[in-house]
Design a protein around this ligand. Structure first.
Ligand code: ADP
Ligand code: MG
Length: 635
C-alpha cells in the first residue's frame, strides 16, 4: 500500500463542488461560518466526551483559532476538538451523509433556475453548505487532524475537482482539526485580520467557544437567553437568529423570550422564521431547538422540546435542571423533557393568541405561512385543543368577500361566539372543496333567513380538526348538514307562519316515500329547517358531514356512504297537493315516483349524482304525462 491513498468523491459532491467553486455567489463569508461551526461542533463533542469519561480530560482550553499567513496565502481554521480518524475523514469529507450539504441539495432541487440555466444560489445561500463551502475560498484544501482516540494524525487533501487523498502524517499532530485553506487569487481579504474579525462578528459571534485571532478573542459568546428579557435588543435577536439558522439576511417574524424558576428552571428564546420553507417545496423541516444545560450545548436540533405542529420554530432552551453529561441516548428517558415541552407548547400558543390581539398584521403573516401546520395540532394535541382552535381563522357568511378571489380568512371562533345570539348552543359550519359553491349551498338558506353565522371550511383538514375538538367555548361544533342542528328560538324569522300543523294525510305521503326509498335512505321526516325548499338530505346523528364522507370515499377503498335522512317541507304547494291526492290509492305509485324524484333532486343539490338512468326515465314519463294533459286548442 502506498503512503497516499486516492479517493473519488461521491457523484453528488462533485456536482456540489462544481457549483461552489464556479459560482459567482457573492456571499463567500458563509464559508468561514461553516468551518467555524464545524469546529464548534467538534469542540462540543469533545467536551461532552470529557464530561462522561475521565481518561480524555486535560487542561487545554477548548478553542478555535484563525491563523492567516499572507506570504503563503494560507488561512488555517484550527480547533482542538474531537478530530477525525482515517475512516472518519473518508466518510465525513467524501460523502453527502451530512446534514449541512444534504440540506443544500434539497434546496438545489427546489430552487428556481436563473435565465442562464444556473440554480438560483441566492436562495440556496440560506442553507448550510457545510464543509465543502471551503472550496468557495480555496483552490486547495488540506485537513490535518488527529482524533482524540489516536496518537498519530492524518492529512486529507483535495483541489476540489473529482478526487481527494488521505495520507498518514509523520510526527506530532495536535488533537483536533486544522482546515488549511490555500486561498484563490482574489481572496486576499481573508488574510486581513480586520476583515476576518468583521466576518466572525457578523456570522459567528454566538459560537459558544472563544475564537482567537492574533492572541485576541474576537467573538462575544454572550448567551443572550440568560439575560433579562427587556435587555435584549432587536439587533441582538436578529444576530442570534441569523447565527442559529445560518441565514445571513433574514429577521425573525417574532421572538418569545422565556424564563422560569419553578417548577422547572429554564431560559429559552424561540424564533419564528418569516417564511415557511415547507410551502416553497423544500420538504419537511427537520430542524429542532438547541438544548443546553447551564449554557453548554447538549443537543442541537432537539425534536422533543416542541410538538410536531410547531416544528418550524428555532431557538434555544437552557435548563439548569439538566445534568451536563446527559447524552442523546439518556436524554430520551429524561423526565424533564416532556415537562419542558408542555410548558413551551402552552407558552407559544398563548403568545400566538396575544399576537393576534396586539399585532394583527404580524399574526396575519404568521397564519398565512404557518397556519396550515399549526392547525394539524388539533388532531394531535388534545390537551391544547382549545388553544389551537383559538388561532384558526375562517371565512363565514357574516363576511363580505369575493368567493372567486377570497383574501385570507379572518373570522376566529372567539369572534363567532361573541357575535352568536344568546340562546345559540351550536357553532355552525359547512365544509366543501370550493368557496364558490359553498356560498351558494342550499343548506345555507335556513341559516341566512335566521341571521345565523355559518363558517366555511374549504379545507377538509379544518373540518377533521373541528370534529376532533367537538366543542368550543361550551358550544357544540356542528356541520349544518347534520340532523342534530338546533335553531335558537330567538332566531325564528318574523315572517315565518306560526308553526302550522302539517296538512292532513301528510303521514300517508311520508309512508309512501319511505316505502319507495327504504333501501336507499335512513328515514323520511318533516323538516324544521326548510322554509322555501321542498326537501333536503341531512346526516343522521353521529354521522360524518358530506365533505368528510366525500374525502373518505376517495381515500378508503370500499367506503360505504352512510344512509341519510330525507327531510320534507309539508308547507309547500307540491306537498299539499300530494297530501290531497293520497286519499285515492290509485295515486300511490305516482306519489312514490315523486318521492324517488325528490330524493334524486336532493342528491344533485348536494353535488352527488343520483341513479341517472332511473331519474331521467322518470322525468321523461312526468313530462309525457304533463304534455298529454295540456291542450293544443287556443282559447
Ligand atoms: P455537518 O456539519 O452538517 O455535519 P459538514 O459538511 O459541515 O456537515 O461536515 C461534515 C462532517 O465532517 C461533520 O459532520 C463532522 O463529522 C466532520 N467534520 C467537519 N469539520 C470537522 C472538524 N473541525 N472536526 C471534526 N470533524 C469535523
Ligand atoms: Mg457543518
Amino acid at each position: 500500500m502506498s503512503d497516499v491513498q486516492e479517493f473519488s468523491f461521491q457523484a453528488e459532491i462533485k456536482q456540489l463542488l462544481h457549483i461552489l467553486s464556479h459560482s459567482l455567489y457573492q456571499n463567500r463569508e458563509i464559508a468561514l461560518r461553516e468551518l467555524i461551526s464545524n469546529a464548534s461542533d467538534a469542540l462540543n463533542k469533545l467536551r461532552h466526551i470529557q464530561l462522561s469519561d475521565d481518561q480524555y480530560r486535560d487542561d487545554q482550553p477548548l478553542e478555535i483559532s484563525l491563523e492567516p499567513n499572507k506570504e503563503a496565502k494560507l488561512l488555517v481554521v484550527r480547533d482542538n476538538g474531537i478530530g477525525m480518524t482515517h475512516d472518519e475523514l473518508v466518510e465525513n469529507l467524501g460523502t453527502i451523509a451530512h446534514s449541512g450539504s444534504k440540506e443544500f441539495f434539497r434546496g438545489l432541487a427546489a430552487a428556481q433556475t436563473t435565465p442562464g440555466g444556473q440554480p438560483d444560489l441566492s436562495l440556496i445561500g440560506q442553507f448550510g453548505v457545510g464543509f465543502y463551502a471551503a472550496f468557495m475560498l480555496a483552490e486547495k484544501v488540506e485537513v490535518v487532524t488527529r482524533s482524540y482516540r489516536e496518537q498519530s494524525g492524518w492529512r486529507w487533501e483535495s483541489d476540489g475537482s473529482g478526487r481527494f487523498s488521505v495520507s498518514a502524517v509523520a510526527g506530532d499532530v495536535p488533537r483536533g482539526a486544522q482546515i488549511r485553506l490555500h486561498l484563490k487569487e482574489d481572496m486576499a481579504e481573508f488574510l486581513d485580520p480586520a476583515h476576518l474579525k468583521q466576518v466572525v462578528r457578523r456570522y459567528s459571534t454566538f459560537v459558544p467557544h472563544p475564537i482567537r485571532l492574533e492572541g485576541e478573542t474576537i467573538n462575544e459568546q454572550k448567551p443572550i437567553w440568560v439575560e433579562p428579557k427587556g435587555q435584549v435588543t432587536e439587533q441582538q435577536h436578529a444576530a442570534f437568529y441569523q447565527w442559529l439558522t445560518h441565514h445571513s439576511e433574514e429577521q425573525p417574524l417574532w421572538n418569545l423570550h422565556l424564563s422560569s424558576d419553578s417548577p422547572i428552571q429554564f431560559h429559552a428564546i424561540l424564533y419564528c422564521p418569516p417564511t415557511n420553507v415547507e410551502l416553497m417545496g423544500f420538504g419537511r423541516v427537520e430542524r429542532g431547538l438547541n438544548l443546553c444545560a447551564k449554557r453548554v450545548l447538549v443537543e442541537d436540533d432537539c425534536h422533543d422540546l416542541l410538538p410536531e405542529y410547531l416544528r418550524f420554530l428555532r431557538g434555544v432552551v437552557d435548563s439548569a435542571d439538566l445534568p451536563l453529561n446527559v447524552s442523546r441516548e439518556t436524554l430520551q428517558d429524561n423526565k424533564l423533557l416532556p415537562k419542558l415541552r408542555r410548558v413551551l407548547t402552552k407558552k407559544v400558543l398563548d403568545h400566538l393568541a396575544s399576537l393576534a390581539d396586539e399585532q394583527p398584521e404580524t399574526f396575519k403573516t404568521f397564519y398565512e405561512q404557518f397556519g396550515g401546520i399549526v392547525r394539524t395540532g388539533l388532531g394531535q394535541d388534545f390537551e391544547n385543543g382549545e388553544r389551537i382552535a383559538r388561532l384558526m381563522r375562517f371565512h363565514s357568511t357574516q363576511e363580505e368577500f369575493d368567493p372567486h378571489q377570497p383574501a385570507a380568512p379572518t373570522v376566529s371562533l372567539d369572534e363567532y361566539v361573541r357575535r352568536a345570539v344568546e340562546d345559540q348552543t351550536q357553532i355552525y359550519y359547512l365544509g366543501g372543496p370550493h368557496l364558490k359553491t359553498l356560498v351558494q349551498h342550499p343548506h345555507l338558506d335556513a341559516f341566512r333567513k335566521r341571521k345565523l353565522e355559518v363558517l366555511f371550511l374549504a379545507d377538509p383538514i379544518d373540518e377533521f380538526a373541528l370534529t376532533q375538538l367537538g366543542r368550543f367555548a361550551d358550544k357544540e361544533l356542528i356541520s349544518i348538514d347534520s340532523e342534530e342542528v338546533k335553531f335558537p328560538k330567538s332566531s325564528t324569522p318574523a315572517d315565518e307562519p306560526a308553526a302550522t300543523p302539517a296538512p292532513p294525510h301528510f303521514t300517508r305521503v311520508v309512508e309512501l316515500f319511505r316505502g319507495a326509498l327504504a333501501a336507499k335512505i335512513a328515514d323520511v321526516r318533516e323538516s324544521s329547517r326548510l322554509t322555501g325548499g321542498v326537501c333536503c338530505l341531512v346526516n343522521p346523528q353521529g354521522k360524518m358531514s358530506n365533505q368528510l364522507q366525500k374525502v373518505l370515499s376517495l381515500s378508503v377503498p370500499d367506503y360505504e356512504l352512510p344512509k341519510r335522512i330525507l327531510e320534507i317541507n309539508p308547507r309547500t304547494a307540491l306537498m299539499q297537493r300530494l297530501c290531497e291526492l293520497s286519499v285515492n290509492p290509485d295515486n300511490d305509485e305516482f306519489i312514490r315516483d315523486c318521492g324517488r324524484q325528490l330524493y334524486a333532486n336532493a342528491l344533485m343539490t348536494d353535488g352527488v349524482a343520483p341513479d341517472i338512468e332511473d331519474a331521467t326515465s322518470r322525468t321523461l314519463r312526468f313530462m309525457e304525462e304533463l304534455a298529454r294533459s295540456r291542450s293544443a286548442i287556443i282559447v
